[in-house]
Structures are given as C-alpha cells and as structure tokens.
Design a protein around this ligand. Structure first.
Ligand code: SAJ
Length: 433
C-alpha cells in the first residue's frame, strides 16, 4: 500500500517526532493536537518540548510544506493515534492506578467523520491488553465501516528512549499487530517508509502485551536493584561494587538502583497489566510498590546524615525523571522533595534543563550557585551531565554545607569529598558493620 497523506493525532514526545520524520520521508502529514497552544507554538516556529535534534527536524518538515499542523483531523490515507494514556491514581475504591483511555477514545472519535474505505488506523499509545480490539475498533465502526473488512486497524507500540527518540524511531525494530493479517501488512507499508530496523508482524493484542512486557521487565529489574541497595545499606556493603561484581557473571545483568523510577512509561505501564488481571500479577504490583517506596528510603538516608529535618535547608540537584532529559513527569526526585518538606525541611531545587519549571509546592532556583548557597546539605537526585564534573572544591567554594548525599553514584570517589571536608554518603553504601 502507498500512503500519500497521513494524519497523526497527538503532537507530544512520540507524535511530533513521528509526524516530522514521516514528512521528511516524502509523506504529506497533518499533525493534529487538541491543545491550541501546541498548534500555535508550532505554527510560530516554536517547540513545546525538548528532545535533541527535534527542533531542526520539525522546522525542516514545516518549511518544506510536507508537515502542517491543525486542531482537527482531516481525511487521509492513514491515521496514527499517538496521544497519552495517563493513569488515575488509586484510592480506597481503586486499589491500584488505572489507565485513563479518554484521550484514546476522543482521538478515535475524532477520526470517525473522516474515515474512508481502505484507510489504515494505527494505535501507538501504550494501552491495556485488548484496547485496539475492544475499545478503538467499536468507536471507529460508528462510521458504518467495519474494521478488517472496510478499513485496516493495527497496534504498533512506540519503543523509543527519550533523549534518543529521533535515532531510535528509525533504527529500532518495530512490532506491528494487526486485527488481521492485511492490517498488519498495511501497517508495515506505512512504517517501512522510515523504519530501518526489522519490522515484525503479529496480532494487535500480542503487540499491546509486548509493549507492556518490555517496560514491566525493566521496572521489575530496577525494583530488585533498589531492594539490593537497601539490603547493602543494612549489611555494610557497597551495592555498586557488589552489582559490578555480580554482573561479571555471564547471565547476570543487574540494573542501577536510584531514587526511584519515574517518567511516563516505566512507572505507569506495569499497572496496565495489574489492572487487567490483578489476580495474576502480584510480582508486578509489588515491584511497582518497591520502586515507589524508594524516595522514602532516600529521605531516610538524608535523615541519617542530618538528623531531624525540621528547619534544615537542603539543596536538591536534579528534578527530571532521569539524566539529561528535561521531563519532570512522575519524577521520583519531585517526590523526594515533597517528602523532605513533609519532614519540615526547606528545599531549594535546581533542574539545569528546566530551571524555570513551575512545580507545585516547590521552590526552584535558576542556577547551581543559588542552589548551593546557604544550605545544610546537598542532595544529588539525577545524574545530569552538568553535575558530573562538579568538584568538591567548587561546591565548597559556593556552599557552607559539608554533607553530600549522592543517590545515583555520580560522585563515586569519597576521597576528594572527604579531603574537602565533606561527609559524603552514597545510596546503597552502608557504613561497615
Ligand atoms: N532507572 C533506574 N535504574 C536503571 C534504569 C532506569 O532507576 O538502571 C530509572 C530512570 O532513572 C527513570 C526510570 O527508571 O526514572 C525509567 O527510565 P528508563 O531510561 O529505563 O526508561 P524510559 O521511561 O525513559 O523509557 C522506557 C524505555 N523502555 C525500555 O527500555 C524497556 C523505552 O524504550 C520506551 O520506549 C519508553 O519507556 C516508553 O515510551 O514506553
């Protein structure tokens, strides 16, 4: 199949890179976002999100005329749904978070008036198993056309790593699950326009499971690393050294402990499996909870170093959910700050990639110097590149604090810190017992 015009619904971290990449590969693309601000920012040459290389790609696509942006979909050969699937937090009635499919439903609904025979619709949004078949197909069929008979319908998960999206979009292998074979093949024809990685065809529900299994696998493995950090702390072991040694084993590859698991993918997606079958997923739910409790463990380390936190001034370095991105969604660093504040600490946070971010209930400062000034302790929560080269003497020159807590093992060597008069603590490194 040949696709001359494609409509991409949702211009976020996935939709916008996909729209611009398709547009620079000879396809006419209409990028749709229901947020008028996103549309006007793009039309005025701006960009509402940060991803290396994206600015250049988007402006090339817009300039060439192959990419246009709009608040409404229009008739096209193919439609790609790349909207978010947030989650509703659990409460007493809901024991675990649940996927909120309202954006997926609304996007599918907005396609209905424009759907024509032989069109292809692809769902990319991470969704609970059976969403394509049980939720999206019935909405699209309100058009009077039947999925599989009159139009093609497939699920193809995005699997790109924030920070490397543009490269991975092209190079990664792609899984395409059709509601029937012809739909999967139509999906392959679309992605083959720009994907250089291998394309694997399967059914829609398998493709949904694949996506959730990948992120769940990572979450569970980070949970075990986080649990190791707590055990090492108790037993007077350096977890980082122990992991490095265990990873010498040819069949062991333990991930890194840290202040917790964040971002909009790994900290969310495993719940979609738990929600779909809680009776079958106790390990997945426990791993999620272990990772969610890690910020509390970080606070206990800070308490160990500083004693009662009431009135203590703490500089927090890094708020993003992981190194060298500006994304603050579900960031464990923010959770750590809130927990410190709940103990009465006065937190000053510095995020080099988003110094002016507006985070509810938090005071952000716009420079490292401002963060370090007049504090009792320094807490490193994200291993951003700009923090890597920070030397103890630089820190000492800007701060009266002599306590440093590193939760990401960025400042591995205690010696220069201690030589500069610091009490230097690392997550997962217990005092010898
Ligand atoms: N983290 C650790 N220890 C580690 C690795 C990560 O604590 O060893 C933490 C990070 O600091 C962060 C969180 O986990 O808070 C998630 O970061 P990540 O780099 O593992 O993953 P994401 O969320 O940025 O991207 C993931 C990727 N999935 C997998 O690697 C299986 C990516 O390929 C997916 O496309 C993306 O989720 C997504 O959109 O689902």
């Amino acid at each position: 199949m040949k696709f001359q015009k494609v409509c991409i619904l949702g211009l976020g971290y996935i939709g916008l890179p996909t729209a611009s990449t398709l547009a620079t590969h000879g396809v006419q693309v209409v990028g749709v976002d229901v947020n008028p601000q996103v549309v006007s920012t793009l039309r005025n040459g701006g960009l509402h999100l940060h991803e290396p290389g994206l600015r250049t790609l988007v402006s090339a696509a817009l300039k060439s005329g192959s990419l246009t942006v709009s608040e409404q979909p229009e008739p096209a050969d193919a439609f790609v749904i790349a909207v978010p699937t947030p989650f509703e937090r659990g409460d007493e009635d809901l024991p675990y978070p649940k996927a909120d499919l309202s954006y997926v439903r609304a996007a599918a609904q907005s396609i209905v008036p424009h759907l024509r025979a032989n069109n292809l619709v692809i769902l990319e949004a991470t969704s609970p198993p059976r969403t394509t078949v049980d939720v999206v197909a019935p909405i699209l069929e309100q058009s009077g056309l039947k999925a599989g008979r009159d139009f093609y319908l497939a699920y193809s998960p995005e699997r790109v790593l924030p920070g490397q999206i543009l490269r991975e979009l092209i190079e990664n292998a792609r899984v395409i699950g059709g509601i029937d074979r012809a739909s999967a093949q139509a999906g392959r024809d679309l992605y083959a326009t720009f994907v250089r990685g291998e394309i694997f065809l399967t059914d829609a529900t398998t493709a949904e499971m694949v996506k959730l299994m990948e992120n769940t696998y990572r979450d569970v493995n980070i949970a075990v690393a986080n649990e190791f950090s707590r055990l090492a702390d108790r037993f007077g072991v350096d977890v980082w050294q122990a992991i490095a040694l265990a990873n010498q084993h040819p069949r062991v590859s333990i991930l890194r402990p840290g202040p917790g698991v964040g971002g909009h993918c790994i900290s969310v997606d495993p719940w979609f499996l738990v929600e779909a079958a809680p009776d079958l997923s106790p390990l997945i739910a426990t791993a999620r909870r272990v990772n969610d409790e890690q910020p509390r463990f970080v606070v206990s380390l800070v308490q160990r170093a500083l004693g009662d936190l009431f009135g203590k001034r703490i500089a927090v370095l890094g708020l993003a959910y992981k190194p060298d991105v500006d994304d603050l969604r579900e960031s464990p660093a923010i959770e750590v700050c809130h927990l410190l504040q709940a103990e009465g600490a006065l937190v000053k946070a510095y995020e080099p990639y988003k110094p002016d971010a507006d985070v509810e209930g938090l005071t952000l400062v716009s420079s490292l110097e401002a963060a370090l000034e007049d504090v009792d302790a320094i807490l490193l929560l994200v291993g951003h590149a700009p923090f890597r080269d920070l030397t103890p003497s630089e820190v000492a020159a800007h701060s009266r604090a002599r306590i440093v807590v590193d939760t990401v093992n960025l400042w591995v060597d205690s010696t220069p810190w201690e030589a500069a008069g610091f009490h230097h603590l690392r997550l997962g490194v217990g005092a010898p017992v």
